[in-house]
Write a new protein. Structure first.
Length: 194
């Protein structure tokens, strides 16, 4: 992961990537990262070397798809806490929200899995069990005042858990309506890195 971040930072410093592209690429890298303890515990050989350069460069977080128990409740939570703008609500089971200038998220009611090995319908086989999960996503917000952010989270009935690293990085973890670990930090870009 360090080499990925270093490579992205080098591209940014060399002028090959805008700040927006850098932030979006880092968000994608963080969202797909496997905790280091899991990698060590697997005791497997290292990742194979690349077979060649990628045919393209990721420049935009198109969307995150989030399956929840009540899309209306989760949409209101993220709209009110994070300031995300509702782009499209189908009024039935999903809503698309704009995440500042970063990308979008589609919040939808969870689909029920097929049971007893039965087909999911239309001749499609049941989905394989989920074995990997994203632990959490951290969003940098502004303006940041540690005590005011904590007070606001508490005012909303949330129980902020501080996660402060060094003198410069400040953040809190809270649970959203579905129990998802949401981290809110003072990080604006890699320039504000510890």
């Amino acid at each position: 992961m360090e080499s990925v971040i270093a490579g992205l930072l080098k591209e940014f410093e060399d002028g090959k990537m805008t700040r927006r592209q850098l932030i979006q690429s880092l968000a994608m890298a963080a969202a797909t990262a496997v905790p280091a303890a899991t990698v060590v515990a697997q005791d497997k050989p290292s990742i194979p070397p690349p077979s060649g350069p990628a045919p393209w460069k990721t420049v935009w977080l198109d969307h995150i798809s989030y399956a929840v128990s009540d899309y209306r409740k989760s949409t209101a939570f993220y709209r009110d806490l994070m300031g995300w703008e509702i782009r499209n609500d189908n009024g039935n089971n999903q809503c698309t929200l704009k995440i500042g200038e970063v990308g979008q998220i589609i919040i939808r009611n969870s689909r029920q899995p097929a049971t007893n090995g039965a087909s999911a319908g239309g001749g499609q086989a049941a989905q394989a069990p989920i074995t990997g999960v994203i632990n959490h996503i951290s969003w940098g917000v502004q303006p940041w005042d540690t005590e005011k952010v904590k007070a606001e989270l508490e005012r909303r009935g949330l129980k902020p858990r501080p996660d402060m690293v060094g003198e410069n990085f400040k953040s809190f973890h809270v649970k959203d309506p579905d129990g998802w670990d949401l981290q809110i930090s003072n990080r604006e870009s890699l320039k504000s890195e510890v």
